[in-house]
Write a protein that binds this ligand. Structure first.
Ligand SMILES: Cc1ncc(COP(=O)(O)O)c(C=O)c1O
Length: 495
C-alpha cells in the first residue's frame, strides 16, 4: 500500500469517525428533543390546554380525562395500564390495531407513500374491491382523507353535475367541519357559535324520527312517513320559488349524532323521487354506518332498497388510518371532468390504500358483518325485554329508564327518559350513567341526540356477546342507582 492510499484510508477513517461523532451529536440532539414524551397525565393535560384551542374538546374533561396510550381490538388502555371496553369508537372498525391492518400499513409506509398522480396497484385494487360492494350504477371512486372532505367533494360533484346550487339536509344532521359541510350540518349551525354557517341555500327538513319526532304520534306509520318525505318535496319547491334549484339531498343512512334514527320504511324512496323530479341528486352519507356495521347490509342505504347517486364514507375505512371516499355514477363523474383537475396530495396514497385493503380483508375473513348482526340482535333483544318488563312492573324508584331501543347491527341507540309516557329526556341521568360506566365498570360509551339522552353503541365490530352482556349488565345495574344529588350536581357542573 503506498503513502497516498494509506493517507486516503486514514482520511476516510477520520472522516468516518468525524461523521460518526457528528451524527451522534445530531442524533442525540434530535432524538432527545423529539422523543421526550411524558406519560404524566397532568403535564399532558396542561400542555393540551396551553397549546390547543378550547374549541377542541376533551372527553370526560370535568371528571377524569382519558389518556389513551394503547388500543387493542375492542379495548382502549390508559396511562395506568387500565383497559376500557370500547362500545363507542367505530373508527377501530375491525378491531383497534388489528395485526393484519398494522402489518399492511407498516409494510407499505416503508415501501412507498407517494401521491396519487403515480400509478399504484393497491389503489387500483382498492377501487375494484370497494366497488364490488356497490350496485353497478355506482362505479367511480374518489379517495380522500376524511368524511368532511368526502361530503365537501360530494357537494361539488352534485353542483357541477346538476348546475344547481341548493341542498336539503335533515335536522340535527352532521356532515363535516369544512365551511361547506358545516353549512350542511344543523347539528353545528343551530348551536352557539355556528350561526354564521346557516345559509339560505340549505333547506332543513324534520328528522324522520318515529319515537319523538314531529309526526311520531301518528297512528298510521305510512302516513307519518309520507308527512316526513313531503317536507323534502316542499323544500324542492321552496328552492325553485327562490329562483334556485336543488342540487343535492344529503342524508346519513342512520342519523348518528341525531340519536341513531333510522329512516322509516319507504322514506328514502319517496324523498329520492321528489329530489330527482326536481333535477337534484341524492347523497348517502355512510361515514358512520358503512362497511357492514348494519349487519344485514354492507351499506345503510341498502336497507331502504334505493340506489343513491353519490355515497360518501370515511371513519371505519382505514381502521384509524386517514382514508375516506366518494363513490358515484359514470355520468356524475363525467360532468365533473370539465377541465378542472381534482388533485388531493394524501387522499388514497398507497399507505391509505394498504389500510383500506386490509380492512376489507378482515371484514371478509372474520365475517364481521354477520357477527355485527348477531351481537347487535342480542343487545337489542335483551334491552327490549327489559323495556317490556319495566312496562309491566312500572318504573319503581328509578329516576330514569329506557324509553326506546333502536338501530341495526352494531349501530344501536338507547334513549333514556324520565317517564315513558311523557318521554321527558333524561339528559342528566344519561350523562351520569356514562360517567359511572367509565369509572366503575371501565366501559366507554357515547351520548348523542338533540336532548343528549341517547346512548350510542357503535363499537369495533369484534365486540363479543360477552362484551355486550357486560355492557348491558353494568348499564341496568347502574341506572336505578343514580341519585337526585348526582342530578343536581350535574346541573351545576355538566360532565
Ligand atoms: C355522518 C358524518 N359525516 C361526516 C363526518 C365528518 O367526518 P370527519 O370527522 O372524518 O371529517 C362525520 C364525523 O363525525 C359524521 O358523523
Amino acid at each position: 500500500m503506498d503513502t497516498t492510499s494509506t493517507l486516503s484510508i486514514g482520511a476516510a477513517l477520520l472522516t468516518g469517525v468525524a461523521i460518526g461523532v457528528h451524527w451522534k451529536r445530531i442524533s442525540s440532539f434530535f432524538f432527545t428533543t423529539t422523543t421526550t414524551t411524558t406519560t404524566n397525565k397532568q403535564t399532558t393535560l396542561s400542555k393540551r390546554l396551553k397549546y390547543f384551542s378550547e374549541a377542541q374538546s376533551i372527553s370526560y374533561k370535568n371528571t377524569e380525562p382519558l389518556m389513551a396510550l394503547q388500543t387493542s381490538m375492542q379495548y382502549v388502555i390508559d396511562s395506568t395500564g387500565t383497559s376500557f371496553l370500547d362500545s363507542r369508537n367505530n373508527v377501530g372498525h375491525v378491531g383497534w390495531c388489528h395485526p393484519h391492518v398494522v402489518q399492511a400499513i407498516q409494510e407499505q409506509v416503508a415501501l412507498c407513500p407517494a401521491n396519487s398522480r403515480y400509478l399504484h396497484p393497491k389503489r387500483a385494487l382498492l377501487a375494484e374491491r370497494l366497488l364490488a360492494h356497490f350496485p353497478k350504477e355506482l362505479c367511480v371512486v374518489f379517495l380522500v382523507n376524511s368524511g368532511s372532505e368526502a361530503n365537501d367533494l360530494a357537494l361539488r360533484l352534485a353542483r357541477t353535475h346538476t348546475q344547481h346550487h341548493d341542498a336539503i339536509v335533515v335536522d340535527h344532521a352532521y356532515h363535516g367541519h369544512t365551511n361547506a359541510t358545516l353549512s350542511l350540518s344543523p347539528y353545528k349551525y343551530n348551536h352557539k357559535g355556528g350561526e354564521r354557517y346557516k345559509q339560505e341555500w340549505v333547506h332543513k327538513v324534520s328528522c324522520p324520527d318515529m319515537y319523538r319526532g314531529k309526526h311520531a304520534n301518528m297512528a298510521n306509520k305510512q302516513q307519518a312517513t309520507m308527512e316526513y318525505s313531503n317536507e323534502v318535496q316542499q323544500a324542492c319547491q321552496q328552492s325553485t320559488t327562490h329562483g334556485k334549484k336543488v342540487a343535492a339531498f344529503f342524508i346519513e343512512s342512520g342519523m348518528s349524532v341525531g340519536g341513531v334514527i333510522l329512516p322509516p320504511e319507504g322514506y328514502l324512496e319517496q324523498c329520492y323521487t321528489h329530489v330527482r323530479n326536481s333535477g337534484g341528486v341524492c347523497i348517502a352519507d355512510e361515514v358512520q354506518t358503512g362497511f357492514g356495521r348494519f349487519g344485514s347490509s354492507f351499506w345503510g342505504f341498502q336497507q331502504q332498497g334505493v340506489v343513491p347517486d353519490i355515497v360518501t364514507m370515511g371513519k371505519p375505512f382505514g381502521n384509524g388510518f386517514p382514508l375516506a371516499a366518494v363513490v358515484t355514477t359514470k355520468e356524475i363523474a363525467a360532468s365533473f371532468s370539465n377541465g378542472l383537475e381534482y388533485f388531493n396530495t394524501f387522499g388514497g396514497n398507497p399507505v391509505a390504500c394498504a389500510a383500506g385493503l386490509a380492512v376489507l380483508d378482515v371484514l371478509e375473513s372474520e365475517q364481521l358483518q354477520q357477527h355485527a348482526l348477531n351481537v347487535g340482535n342480542h343487545i337489542m333483544q335483551r334491552l327490549r325485554r327489559f323495556v317490556a318488563q319495566e312496562a309491566q312492573e312500572a318504573q319503581g324508584s328509578s329516576l330514569a329508564t329506557i324509553g326506546d331501543v333502536r338501530g341495526c347491527g352494531l349501530f344501536i341507540g338507547i334513549e333514556l327518559v324520565r317517564d315513558t309516557t311523557t318521554k321527558e329526556p333524561a339528559t342528566a341521568e344519561t350523562s351520569i350513567l356514562c360517567s359511572r360506566l367509565k369509572k366503575e365498570n371501565r366501559i366507554l360509551t357515547s351520548i348523542d341526540g338533540p336532548h343528549d339522552n341517547v346512548i350510542v353503541i357503535k363499537p369495533p365490530m369484534c365486540f363479543t356477546l360477552e362484551n355486550a352482556d357486560a355492557l348491558i349488565d353494568a348499564m341496568l345495574k347502574t341506572l336505578p342507582k343514580i341519585t337526585q344529588e348526582e342530578v343536581l350536581q350535574f346541573i351545576h357542573t355538566p360532565t
